[in-house]
Design a protein around this ligand. Structure first.
Ligand code: PEP
Length: 238
C-alpha cells in the first residue's frame, strides 16, 4: 500500500493543525482507509492527537539530545510529552537553507535510530548537479547516505530533487523512474517521491515503478486537497 506524507514546513497554527489532523483522522476512519499517512506539523503545533494507527504525527526536526542548552531546538523530552515517534531528517530546506551538514544529519539520524523512531530520510540533488548528468546526480545522492545505516528497519526514504521542491516544477516521469530504480537497487526500503506533487499529478507519479508514495509540501496544506490526495493514494493500491 502506498504512503502519503504532508510536510507543513512553517505553516498552520496550533489550532488549525488540530483541526486538520482531526479532519484527516475522521476521513481515514469514515472511508476505512488503511494507507500509511504521516503529517509533520510545526513543533509549536504538537498536541495530544488521538489518531488511528495508520496516521502518525511526526516532527520536521529535533536536535539529537534529550534536553540541555541548545537554544531554539527541541529534544526528546519535548517529543515524549506528545508521544512523537516519527521524524523527518535531511530535508533539503534544512540542508540547503539552514546549513545542516551531512555530519550533523548523520548524528541526528543515529540518535533517533537508537531510540527506534520512524525516520523519513530525505535525499536529492540541486539543479546544478542535475545538469551535470546522471552519474554526478547519483554520486551526489550516494554521499547523502554517508554515516546513514540503511539496514535500519524503521526507515522510509524520500527522493526530493531540490529544484522541484516548492517550485511547481515536477521531475519528469522518466527522471523519477530512473533515479528511483537506481536507489531501490541499492536500498530496499520504501521510497517516496517529493517535489511539487499535487492532486492533478499524483496519480501519474504513483504509477511510476518503485514509487512507494509521496512526501508533499505546498499542496497538502489545504485539508480538502490533502484528503483528495489520500483518496488517490488509496486507489493507487499496491
Ligand atoms: C517538501 O517539503 O518535502 C516538498 C516536497 O514540498 P513541495 O510539495 O511544496 O514541493
Amino acid at each position: 500500500m502506498k504512503i502519503i506524507a504532508s510536510n507543513f514546513k512553517t505553516n498552520h497554527t496550533r489550532k488549525s493543525t488540530k483541526q486538520f489532523i482531526d479532519e484527516v483522522n475522521n476521513h481515514l476512519l469514515d472511508n476505512k482507509i488503511d494507507n500509511e499517512v504521516l503529517i509533520f506539523p510545526t513543533a509549536t503545533s504538537l498536541n495530544e492527537f488521538n489518531t488511528v494507527k495508520n496516521l502518525s504525527v511526526g516532527v520536521q526536526n529535533a536536535y539529537n539530545v534529550q534536553n540541555g542548552s541548545f537554544t531554539g531546538e527541541i529534544g526528546t523530552d519535548q517529543l515524549d510529552e506528545f508521544g512523537v515517534k516519527t521524524i523527518l531528517i535531511g530535508h533539503s530546506e534544512r540542508r540547503h537553507k539552514l546549513g545542516e551538514s551531512q555530519k550533523d544529519i548523520a548524528l541526528k539520524y543515529n540518535y533517533y535510530k537508537a531510540l527506534g523512531y520512524k525516520i523519513v530520510y530525505c535525499i536529492g540533488e540541486p539543479l546544478e548537479v542535475k545538469e551535470l548528468g546522471l552519474t554526478e546526480t547519483l554520486g551526489y545522492i550516494w554521499e547523502q547516505f554517508d554515516g546513514i545505516d540503511l539496514d535500519y528497519d524503521n526507515l522510509i526514504l524520500a527522493y526530493e530533487p531540490v529544484w522541484a521542491i516548492g517550485t511547481g516544477v515536477v521531475a519528469k516521469v522518466e527522471d523519477i523512474a530512473t533515479i528511483h530504480k537506481k536507489i531501490k537497487k541499492k536500498i530496499d526500503k520504501p521510497l517516496l517521491y517529493g517535489g511539487s506533487v499535487k492532486p492533478s499529478n499524483l496519480e501519474e507519479i504513483l504509477s511510476i515503478e518503485n514509487v512507494d508514495g509521496t512526501l508533499i509540501g505546498t499542496s497538502s496544506w489545504i485539508v480538502e486537497d490533502f484528503k483528495e490526495m489520500i483518496n488517490i493514494t488509496n486507489k493507487a493500491g499496491e
